[in-house]
Write a protein that binds this ligand. Structure first.
Ligand SMILES: Cc1cc2nc3c(=O)[nH]c(=O)nc-3n(C[C@H](O)[C@H](O)[C@H](O)COP(=O)(O)OP(=O)(O)OC[C@H]3O[C@@H](n4cnc5c(N)ncnc54)[C@H](O)[C@@H]3O)c2cc1C
Ligand SMILES: *[C@@H]1O[C@H](CO)[C@@H](O)[C@H](O)[C@H]1NC(C)=O
Ligand SMILES: *[C@@H]1O[C@H](CO)[C@@H](O)[C@H](O)[C@H]1NC(C)=O
Ligand SMILES: *[C@@H]1O[C@H](CO)[C@@H](O)[C@H](O)[C@H]1NC(C)=O
Ligand SMILES: *[C@@H]1O[C@H](CO)[C@@H](O)[C@H](O)[C@H]1NC(C)=O
Ligand SMILES: *[C@@H]1O[C@H](CO)[C@@H](O)[C@H](O)[C@H]1NC(C)=O
Ligand SMILES: *[C@@H]1O[C@H](CO)[C@@H](O)[C@H](O)[C@H]1NC(C)=O
Ligand SMILES: *[C@@H]1O[C@H](CO)[C@@H](O)[C@H](O)[C@H]1NC(C)=O
Length: 507
């Protein structure tokens, strides 16, 4: 093990801290056993690699202190590690981009943290029909790698988000109306199962696992690589408009009316212009530094100012209006600036059938949650509305389906909270805020009979139940696949991170 002038010394250091209780015998024997097999890839708390790994996370809420960090370099390393983890019954976590803010989603206190940052390969197949991405690659890195290749693929819009999490959750992209979820464009997963077997899951081999992985989260194995459909692509026409909610051309409530109409209409008509995509986000800055709405949009056919996007370009109270031809790498770096690392964050989400009244009332209902916060001046509050047009769900079938359970839904909208702060003493207030955000949004949707139980698993709060939102049929399918590919329940019992299907009961 790297840096272990005795792992015990490292443990001794950690024992002096408040986390002492979680350093169990079984954990230290786990780290020692794995270190014997993979000596170059295991890091104790005294090493700088450990420190970098535990801190390389989008949100401070997900920084925990594992007993050791493993940074495998190959699927064989992962296989060796998972065998020892099973043998020794070690608790473990898995991290790709580290973007999930839920405590324990991608790290673990006192257990074994598997960090996939060694899986950084990016390549384009000789016939240019797919890209292969290591599961530790971030989407920003993926777009950068192919910036000069004139090749496109469906990936995340935030630069730090990882291939691993998106490939197991869904994947929202600018290509959603034209190509579906990112997972609907995956041709093959390379995955290490609980047995240590390294297998492919694709349409012809382990087809049930292939379908299950496309939304099934952390119930099946550790993905080491995905092969993702690719196509010729020069770049977008795209950009951003910032609208000042407290500006002088139009009153706050008029701006909210207009922008709610714009996003409703856009979603209704999205099937007529599948190359256009829009996401809205309100940003209420801490310290009373202003309230704006950000519209980020793109046309993936490079069409300038498409009619479907025009209403966003014409909003009143504009403080910025920047759009033009742009490479997706540069677009993604730009729009990610709002979501920098280094804060504490909560996320949560609700889905409803596309409807003006629901959107408009959710602004007001969630504004009231924000306004009632005792320390709202210390909080940045961001609420996004993301179109999820019916047409987005039509692409799954042609590649063996996914597990999201959305084959028969109308046009929908996902509302998503990301809110950030820095002072840990506000954690409790923010936990309450996100619960209220969910309760209020659900209540509005129920009032208009637009509530739909799906929610994007990658935005879900820990107390939410995204797998149940996939519907009974999908849950049964996932349970069957989980017990087939992981008969001893290694991913159910030893890996607490993520949403588990094993003992799930949905009402
Ligand atoms: C600001 C922001 C912007 C976002 N933008 C987008 C977007 O544009 N599109 C989109 O689809 N989503 C987006 N998301 C959501 C994003 O998909 C989730 O945060 C996702 O969990 C991040 O994936 P990751 O690999 O970075 O996360 P991690 O936190 O590393 O992993 C997430 C979960 O997946 C598990 N996991 C990760 N990799 C593997 C693997 N290889 N094998 C097994 N389990 C694994 C982890 O254990 C963890 O439970 C965004 C989120 C935020 C906060
Ligand atoms: C750890 O547990 C094993 C068996 O469970 C036992 O043999 C060993 O003595 C324990 N070690 C310590 C340091 O407690
Ligand atoms: C660990 O990393 C953090 C930030 O990433 C840094 O502030 C801190 O000094 C580092 N600690 C050690 C012991 O290296
Ligand atoms: C991508 O390529 C363009 C030129 O086509 C260049 O201007 C830009 O800087 C590149 N971006 C990155 C992130 O490499
Ligand atoms: C599917 O998996 C099989 C078995 O590993 C492999 O031979 C085949 O190439 C894979 N197909 C794709 C599309 O990757
Ligand atoms: C929004 O408008 C108000 C009122 O005109 C102004 O004081 C404020 O500076 C504006 N904010 C931004 C970000 O332009
Ligand atoms: C949305 O559509 C409605 C009805 O079709 C129309 O009256 C309204 O002007 C449109 N609003 C925007 C902002 O496009
Ligand atoms: C599921 O239930 C079984 C039996 O009650 C239990 O042993 C197991 O720990 C549970 N698994 C999880 C992940 O909670």
């Amino acid at each position: 093990m790297k840096g272990s002038n005795g792992f015990a010394i490292a443990l001794g250091l950690s024992l002096s801290k408040s986390v002492a209780a979680v350093y169990t015998n079984s954990t230290s024997s786990c780290c020692n056993a794995i270190a014997q097999a993979l000596s170059n890839n295991v890091y104790s708390p005294s090493t700088s690699a450990y420190n970098v790994s535990i801190n390389t996370r989008w949100s401070g809420t997900s920084v925990l202190e594992p007993a050791c960090v493993i940074i495998p370099q190959s699927a064989e390393d992962v296989s060796a590690a998972i065998k020892l983890i099973t043998q020794n019954q070690c608790k473990f976590s898995v991290k790709s981009g580290g973007h999930n803010a839920n405590p324990g989603a991608n790290s673990i206190s006192g257990g074994v943290s598997i960090d996939l940052s060694g899986f950084k390969s990016t390549s384009l197949s000789a016939d240019r029909s797919f890209v292969s991405l290591g599961s530790g690659v971030t989407w920003g890195e993926a777009y950068d790698a192919f910036n000069s290749s004139n090749i496109g693929f469906t990936g995340g819009i935030c630069e730090d988000v990882g291939v691993g999490g998106v490939s197991l959750g869904g994947g929202q992209s600018l290509f959603a109306p034209k190509r579906g979820w990112a997972v609907d464009n995956i041709l093959n997963y390379e995955i290490v199962l609980a047995s240590g077997d390294i297998v492919n899951a694709n349409e012809t081999s382990n087809a049930d696992l292939f379908k299950a992985l496309k939304g099934g989260n952390t119930n099946f194995g550790i993905v080491t690589r995905v092969d993702l459909d690719a196509f010729d692509f020069d770049g977008l026409w795209g950009g951003e408009v910032y609208v000042n909610l407290t500006g002088t051309e139009a009153a706050r409530s008029d701006v909210l009316d207009q922008i709610s109409h714009a996003i409703t209409n856009f979603t209704t008509n999205n099937h007529l212009d599948t190359s256009s995509a829009v996401q809205l986000m309100t940003v209420y800055l801490s310290g009373g530094r202003g309230q704006i709405v950000n519209a980020a949009f793109g046309n993936t056919d490079g069409v300038e100012k498409p009619e479907s996007i025009q209403p966003f370009l014409e909003m009143p109270n504009q403080v910025l209006n920047e759009a033009g031809p742009v490479k997706i790498a540069d677009f993604v770096h730009k729009v990610s600036q709002f979501q920098a690392k280094g804060y504490r964050e909560v996320t949560a989400s609700v889905t409803f059938n596309n409807d003006y009244n629901t959107i408009r009332d959710i602004w007001d209902a969630t504004d009231a949650v924000y306004d009632a916060l005792s320390s709202k001046d210390k909080v940045d509050w961001m609420v996004s509305f993301i179109p999820q047009a019916q047409i987005q769900q039509t692409y799954a079938a042609k590649r063996g389906g996914n597990s999201l359970g959305l084959t028969d839904v109308p046009d929908q909208i996902v509302v998503w909270l990301t809110s950030r702060w820095t002072d840990p003493s506000l954690d409790e207030m923010m936990e309450g805020a996100r619960q209220q955000f969910v309760d209020e949004s659900v209540a509005v949707a129920q009032k208009y009979d637009t509530y739909y139980p799906f929610l994007y698993i990658n935005y879900a709060a820990p107390f939410q139940n995204p797998l149940c939102g996939y519907g009974d049929e999908s849950v049964e399918f996932l349970k069957t696949a989980a017990s087939k590919y992981d008969p001893n329940g290694v991913f159910q019992t030893l890996m607490p991170g993520g949403f588990k299907v094993g003992n799930l009961t949905c009402s």
